[in-house]
Design a protein around this ligand. Sequence first.
Ligand SMILES: Cc1cc2nc3c(=O)[nH]c(=O)nc-3n(C[C@H](O)[C@H](O)[C@H](O)COP(=O)(O)OP(=O)(O)OC[C@H]3O[C@@H](n4cnc5c(N)ncnc54)[C@H](O)[C@@H]3O)c2cc1C
Length: 459
Amino acid sequence: MEIKKAIVIGGGISGLCAAFELKRGGADVTLLEKSDRVGGVIGTHCEDGFKAESGTNTVMVNNQNIFDLFDSIGLSDEIARALPSAKKRFFVKCGKPMAVPMSPFSFLFSRLFSLGGKVRILREPFVKKEDPESEPSVAEFAVHRFGQEGLDYGLDPFMAGVYGGDPEKLSIKYAFPPFWNLVQKYGSVIGGGIKSMKEKSALGNYFKPVLISFKNGMKTLTDKLGEILGDSVKISAKVISVDASKGGWQVSWGTPEGDFCEEFDALVLAVPAHALAELPLCGNLASALKPLSEIRYAPVATLTLGFKKSDIPHPLDGFGALIPKKENLSILGSLFVSSIFDGRAPSDHITLTNYVGGERNPELAGLPEGKITEIVLADLRKILGLKGVPVFRKLYSWKHAIAQYNLGYGKILDTADLAEKEIPNFAIIGSFRGGVGVGNCIENGLTAGKRILDKLSKE
Ligand SMILES: Cc1cc2nc3c(=O)[nH]c(=O)nc-3n(C[C@H](O)[C@H](O)[C@H](O)COP(=O)(O)OP(=O)(O)OC[C@H]3O[C@@H](n4cnc5c(N)ncnc54)[C@H](O)[C@@H]3O)c2cc1C
């Protein structure tokens, strides 16, 4: 069989997975990455026994395909599963972390909600189902179904944790489809959740989600994929032109080694939506994808701090604490990283990764390191009773951190679907489509690679 050539532009986890799948399927792949390393927002900094992730700290594995990938690239032994204590999660109320109830019993005794708030939440199964054609925001949906406290101390901090997002702007349909789908299928989130769990258990195909990272941090995954792709990866690459006028894809790019121009059978775009506008795409592709540049990305800074264990009176016996907007604090949340995975801090020390900015306080994400440190330390003193000063610190500031699945997202997504349908041998992937989680990006990258291989095999 003739070997087909494919080019992937963008070397984050989405592009790496697409390129890996294409290479595994026998295609001759080239991956162009603008920066001097692969991984995109994923990266791990190790210093003096501390580990700081630049973005992703944890991956929720929702199906076996992802474990199969790790196995096939020889990373099964490198996986770090979250410690059992990480099951406990906190939301901050009245300035203090309160455990998020994980069972009906703990819900009844939780201090996160008032008695009236609990009664209102329990009424959810009797609330009118949303019109399937409507598109409520996360805030509208939460208040309608669970009442104001359900928003303030439920979906609001949760959305801050996942998207750094504003629940008034995020679309429930796209930002948190599980809740929307339960209502549409069963008429309620609570009742539907119970029914759907029973149905899955009866079918015997329920995959219990597993929270993981890698023993040496998330960089293990992206570095390994980069290593397998080998010479196919061209880092520090500047795309000069992408043209399809002569049939196939003619792509020119420049690297420190010189300029190149090659023809490819297939093109996969895996850059963030905000970066599409700066790519020199040919006319029809540029106009087909123009609406995607409208997707907003929340700016987020992550400040990882290391402390002596004795400096924090809180036992840090959980995953972390997310902050509801109502609490009027500056940070979005703090992950108790060394309570989630072993090996994230030297003995007698702990590591916390703190998130600053988001749609709630976008201006804070761009502040200088000293200012961000001050803000974070002030909040940690209030929330966790922090006494000492950090012995380790690492800041990453992302101007465009996380894609916002805001109202109107459906129309924007239609653009991508249409482009893939109408433009031959073309795929567009990334965290702006099909979920921002790394698990989603892995699956969507692999699927795009398979889809392209399938099309190429039929030519
Ligand atoms: C602070 C933060 C915390 C997060 N925490 C989690 C978490 O705990 N769990 C989780 O599941 N997810 C988390 N996420 C989300 C997840 O990390 C991302 O959604 C995912 O890694 C995005 O991967 P991607 O490949 O789609 O995009 P990116 O990682 O953005 O990669 C895109 C790549 O394209 C390259 N590029 C851009 N323009 C060009 C160009 N013109 N030419 C060539 N290359 C180009 C970029 O340099 C980059 O390498 C987090 C994200 C952030 C920012």
